[in-house]
Design a protein around this ligand. Sequence first.
Ligand code: CTP
Ligand code: MG
Length: 407
Amino acid sequence: MESQPDVAVIVVAAGSGTRLGAGIPKAFVHLAGWPMLAHTLTRVFGIAEPVQVVVVAPPEYDESARELLGLAAGQSEALVAVVAGGDTRQQSVQNGLAALSPSVGTVLVHDAARALTPSSQFDRVIAEVRASGDGVIPGLPVADTVKRVTVDVVQETVDRSHLTAVQTPQGFPRAILERAYAEAGHEATDDAGLVSAIGHPVRVIAGDELAFKITTAWDLNRAALLFGTDRDVLDTRVGIGVDVHAFSDDPADELWLAGLLWPGERGLAGHSDGDAVSHAICDAILSAAGRGDIGSVFGTDDPRFAGAHGDVFLRATADHIGQNDPDGAGWRVKHVSVQVIGNRPRLSARRHEAVATLTRALGAPVSVSATTTDGLGFTGRGEGVMAIATAVLVPVAGGRPRLPALD
Ligand code: CTP
Ligand code: MG
């Protein structure tokens, strides 16, 4: 069953972005790996109640807009539409108004270029339109001193205590906004300007710094910085890996653990060298990348790995997730932490050596710690060694991240 929302959000995304100068329409310029419009829509779908979403896009971007709308809507059964924009913002809004569904009584108009506007700002505008019946616009106090000038000559200082810098979404009772557009006698830079022109009150609520409009390249950089200087923050994945090996009965077996040979210690049983530490790390990495586990990826009967030491598995795992393919769509290990559980060998004396060996093999920082189990269980009885690892992965440079969220 389709919902019957009271609120519609018209997202105007049909501008060409001349001041940004990216060569494509601004709403489709990438920010932190996704078109600006994707960020905007993610936040629109964060509105607390079901809404109709109308995207006004350049006609040649109709399909991209539909794709992004579908992605952002996810499982929600929201009413959505994409319509073609016009030559001016005003014309674009007008085209959006024509697509409103009958149940809609409250309309919000939002610039796609305000890509980081938090969902809460939409919720607050909706609540204030309902409470007041007026037009509602978010605004921020003007911080700079403002002067009126003629070319480059100052005429006067404007009293900034009476000024507010206006953002979107701007919200209105539907009938009021439709009348304002029907009677519009001039081009206005915002919707509230047209509503004021028909004599209907418009009130200001507190805006949000994150709702700034991305107009120039500088604004786009600022938005990118808010996501972190690289995309790592957005797309971090975490994996866990556990491995256990029993001590071997054959006194001739050497002990290899954490990529090191431990002379004089009892060896571990296993198809390879039984290095539970390296294997747990591999499993943690594969699990974070969603690529199964060491058994399914490398196979216990693969002759390349018979008797292989931990470093071989670590290198193969890093390759498998695409860490060494800088232009690929794979993952890079950002950090690994591994804990060894067992009575022997005593890790502490060679901990730094283990860290250096594992870090070198993996090409990413590994931290190593160790503990015993107070005499309990198979590790306490000295029957074997266990290792537990966590891995943090981020996409390699060419990787395509998921839809991010700032708020
Ligand atoms: N907009 C629109 N249709 C137009 C012009 C603008 O839908 N004909 C939208 C833009 O996509 C943007 C919002 O209105 O989301 C605010 O406009 P602005 O920031 O001026 O964007 P552009 O017009 O694209 O940029 P510029 O003025 O630098 O060309
Ligand atoms: Mg413009």
